[in-house]
Design a protein. Structure first.
Length: 405
């Protein structure tokens, strides 16, 4: 843990009481964790089968590699699903990307030594090979191989988002995101169908007509994450300066509410433990699997990000049904990175990105085996627990209540 135990407990007590505030993060007062708690009611509306079916729907488009027809079709499908689930206030961000562009750093600079891993993490234990598969012949499913065969081309890109408008503070919002593109010649079921489906589940639940939030929530499905966070970078470049501006004047409309926090989700299914000495990992989800919540200690707003991370930790303690949460300070290589110096930003994953994913804890990462059939209900349930964690926290933070008729 990043904090000593006594300090961590004190922080959680402050978060739970709604008293801890640093910068733009405002942690709202919590409701009793019983039948009168509207957030618990919302969390109970999350559905494992619905979550699985959304992941399955995303796999219809193969790996959804950016700059391809299958990627564009997936963006259209996501928008249709959001609208049919009640998150009808959709929009698209448009930008351009060319594969020849030099990649931008996906995390903070770190010291180069044998123990260094992305984000400032330190290598420990057994490590296995990681990398991105670029060989189509390693995909044994010929139909999937054909679906993924169109190569990427440079040019226009789009990503879709929808917004739950706050009832009392529409000028402020939390951003909840995941990336919808993948690569590796699989189905990108986990990376990042699992994160995309999680965000879409949250949008479905919070867009119900009987749900009211004090502050706005924007659900964003980023594109071009796998090429260097280009979709998230484009959003920051185009929209950061628009924050909190009423347009038209005196209309009560805020096209880009002020950012209060950014919560990113990436590959949420597979926590089978450290590789064995031969490089293999366990076939079953480990009983001690957890939801990893990371902030970046080198960010300008690290204090606020850490507080946001502990708010999610506290929500996991209250609302998650099966798996606990863990907090770490090495967030990296994810779409929250472009936000981290502008707003408290955190990332949720199945494992820590640098210390564990970077050490080979998920053998399906960017591989042909990242297909829906690889994962079991134990794996999908870890993703559902991550959804419970974020929904519990964002419900508290945004002031969610139920409208009684």
């Amino acid at each position: 843990m990043y904090k000593p135990a006594a300090t961590m407990i004190a922080t959680l007590m402050l978060v739970s009481a709604g008293l801890a505030q640093t910068g733009p993060v405002a942690v709202g007062a919590t409701s009793p964790a019983g039948s009168s708690d509207p957030v618990r009611t919302l969390v109970e509306r999350l559905d494992l089968e619905k979550y699985k079916s959304t992941i399955k729907g995303l796999t219809r488009f193969g790996d959804r590699r950016q700059g391809t027809d299958r990627n564009r079709a997936a963006v259209d499908w996501i928008e249709t699903q959001l609208e049919s689930d009640g998150c009808s206030n959709t929009a698209r961000l448009r930008y351009e990307y060319f594969p020849a562009d030099p990649p931008l750093p996906s995390g903070p600079a770190i010291a180069h030594n044998a123990d260094a891993l992305p984000g400032g993490a330190r290598a420990r234990g057994i490590r296995a090979h990681t990398g991105v598969n670029t060989d189509p012949l390693l995909q044994p499913d010929e139909k999937l191989r054909a679906l993924n065969s169109q190569p990427t081309e440079g040019g226009p890109r789009e990503e879709v988002y929808c917004t739950k408008i706050g009832a009392t503070h529409p000028e402020e919002m939390y951003i909840v995101g995941a990336h919808m593109d993948g690569h590796g010649w699989g189905e990108a079921a986990n990376d990042d169908g699992s994160g995309t489906a999680l965000v879409m589940e949250l949008a479905r639940v919070l867009s119900s007509p009987d749900v009211r939030t004090e502050r706005s929530i924007r659900f964003v499905l980023w594109n071009n994450e796998e090429t260097g966070l280009n979709g998230a970078r484009a959003y920051v470049a185009q929209r950061a300066s628009l924050q909190g501006k009423e347009d038209p004047a005196k209309s009560g409309r805020f096209p880009e509410p002020k950012w209060l926090g950014m919560i990113q989700h990436d590959m949420m299914l597979f926590d089978h433990g450290m590789p064995r000495a031969d490089g293999t990992v366990a076939k079953e989800q480990r009983p001690e699997a957890d939801v990893n919540i990371e902030f970046q200690s080198a960010a300008k707003l690290a204090d606020g990000a850490q507080k946001l991370a502990w708010a999610l930790y506290a929500a996991n303690e209250t609302y998650a049904s099966d798996y606990p949460a863990a907090v770490a300070p090495h967030m990296t290589n994810t779409d929250s990175t472009p936000f981290m110096d502008l707003v408290p930003a955190i990332s949720l994953r199945e494992n820590e990105r640098g210390r564990e994913i970077g050490a080979g804890w998920d053998p399906h990462w960017h591989q042909p085996s990242d297909v829906y059939a690889t994962f079991t209900d134990q794996d999908f349930r870890l993703g559902l627990n991550a959804a419970q964690t974020t929904l519990g926290a964002i419900g508290r933070l945004a002031g969610a209540t139920l409208i009684r008729n």
